[in-house]
Write a protein that binds this ligand. Structure first.
Ligand code: RIB
Ligand code: CA
Length: 309
């Protein structure tokens, strides 16, 4: 029985790779993809979700949720992912007139299958936060929440202290992580242990599938920036780790921790603070992925993207 998932994402190149992997994997049934602003504006994120799904054209299209245009975010990642969020590639998309808001799609699908759906959030947590504010009862309808974000011991990536997804909407992250949903947070401590090198790009360039053609068009710019800016011969694909965590949780080492989000600090705004003392202040409220089996996760990514549509 395939695992029902809703992907809440802000494409973003690594979100795009994660979406392609999820759509290709028979272990996952992607019920919906709900866009959120983050890497790019809410409108651009919605367009990118639609552009990716149109190009992959999976046998069964997931519902698409539109990010709310008035979403307030602290920053974006266009410097890393390109002006439109998918590298140097520019995609035209059909204008979908009857787009449903992401929060409405989340609510409807969770109410239709309470206790059956895993929500994987690979962008800021604004949509779930808004849903829990408007319809608090929906939190209990989520079977499991997987959040790509936060950090324990490696500091931040958008500031010295904060990881991007949490930083963009820290108040939303605070509300969602306090909502008592069974949650796994895939932190930078785990995702930065996997560098995808040029062999991934080489593999994609050698294939003729729709997945390979799309990703071969959007990934090169990211490799260039990682080499230029960070001196790395490869890239992090943080969100892909989040989807692999839904496919193969056994590849991740997690620890139950009590954690909170800093929302008032000047230097630490958006930092995730985990109490790792012998007697923590609060009971553990999430499972935190600190390690991953890099070789096995890499193999899962290569196999999944090589057999995509
Ligand atoms: O910190 C990594 C996260 O920030 C990823 O979700 C990436 O897409 C960016 O949004
Ligand atoms: Ca993302």
């Amino acid at each position: 029985m395939a695992r029902k998932v809703i992907l809440d994402m802000d494409p973003g190149i690594d979100d795009a790779v994660a979406l392609c992997l999820a759509l290709a994997d028979p272990r996952l049934e992607v019920i919906a993809v709900t866009a959120t602003g983050g890497n790019v504006s809410p409108r651009q994120a919605t367009r990118n979700v639609q552009a990716i799904i149109e190009r992959i054209d999976p046998p069964r299209w997931p519902r698409i949720g539109a990010a709310e245009s008035e979403q307030l975010l602290r920053t974006d990642a266009r410097e890393l992912y390109g002006a439109e969020g998918l590298g140097d590639a520019e995609f035209t998309v059909a204008e979908l007139h009857n787009r449903h808001p992401s929060v409405k799609v989340l609510s409807e699908e969770l109410r239709q299958a309470p206790g059956e759906i895993t929500v994987v959030c690979s962008g800021p947590l604004s949509n779930l936060s808004a849903l829990f504010q408007r319809e608090p009862e929906t939190a209990a309808m989520i079977s499991e929440l997987i959040v790509v974000g936060g950090s324990v011991a490696v500091g931040g990536n958008i500031t010295a202290a904060a990881e991007f997804n949490i930083y963009c909407d820290a108040e939303a992250a605070q509300r969602v992580l306090r909502a008592k949903v069974p949650t796994t947070v895939v932190t930078l401590d785990a995702t930065q242990k996997l560098v995808l090198r040029y062999d991934l790009l080489d593999m994609l360039r050698s294939r003729e599938t729709r997945t390979a053609k799309l990703l071969a068009a959007i990934l090169p710019g990211l490799y260039h920036i990682y080499r230029q800016r960070y001196g790395m011969e490869g890239v992090y694909l943080h969100d892909v780790a989040g989807v692999v965590a839904a496919m193969h949780p056994e590849l991740f080492t997690t620890k139950a921790l009590y954690g909170e989000v800093e929302v008032t600090g000047e230097l630490t705004h958006g930092a995730t603070v985990f109490d790792r003392r012998p007697q923590p202040e609060g009971a553990p409220n999430m499972d935190v992925a600190l390690e991953l089996d890099a070789a096995a996760v890499r193999d899962c990514i290569f196999r999944g993207l090589d057999h995509g549509e």
